[in-house]
Design a protein around this ligand. Sequence first.
Ligand code: NI
Ligand code: MN
Length: 226
Amino acid sequence: MLKIIHHGHSAFEIKSESHNILIDPFITGNPKAKINAAELKPDFILLSHAHSDHFGDTIDIAKNNDALVIAVHELAEYLSSVGVKSHGMGIGGQREFPFGKVKFTIAHHSSSIESNQLYMGEPSGIILNIEGKCLYHAGDTSLFLDMKLIGDMNAIDHALLPIGDNYTMGIDDAVKAAEFLNCKNVSPMHYGTFPVIDTDPNEFKRKVESVGKKCIILPIGESVEI
Ligand code: NI
Ligand code: MN
C-alpha cells in the first residue's frame, strides 16, 4: 500500500512501508501551502526539473533529513556543489533504490535556475515502481505522443498530470495524456497555485472520467492510498 499525499502544486509525498519519498517540494513561497517545509521528513527527494516551483525547499529539506536527492545529471551535480547528497540519472535510465525503481522520462519543457539562468539539464517526468505499484509524475510538460510508449512499457496505477495550462498541458491535453498513458487512475496537479494556472479540476475530472479513467482530485493536504 502506497500513500500519496498532495502538498500543493506538483509536490507529493509518497509513503511506503519503509520509506518516505518527496517529489518536487515547493512549499515555502507557495501561497496555498498548508504545512511548513520543516515538517517534511523524507529519506529521498525526487526532482522533475530545476524551476523554483519544483526545486522549492529541496536544499533545506535534504540537509535537515540527510536525504538523497535523485534528479537529472546536471541538476544532481549542482546539488552536490551546494553540499546536498545527490544521485544523477539520464532520461530513459532506470535504477533500483532502497525504496524501489526510478526511471526518468522525457518532458517537453525547460529546466534552469531562473534567477541566474543556470542551465540544469533536461526536464523530466518520473516513473516510480514501489512495492508492486507504478506511479507516473509527469513533471511540467506538454502533451506528447511518446506517452503512448510510456503507457505500453509501464502498467501505470496512478498518473499525476499537470492541468494548469500556460506553462504545461491544459485540461483537454491532460485528458488525452491519460488516454495515451493507459493509466488506471489519475490526479491533476500544477493548477490553482497562481492566477495564471487557475484551471478547474472538476472540469478535468468530468472530461477524463468520460473517457473511462478514475480521477481523484487531491485537495492540498489530502491523500489517497493505492
Ligand atoms: Ni517548470
Ligand atoms: Mn512548474
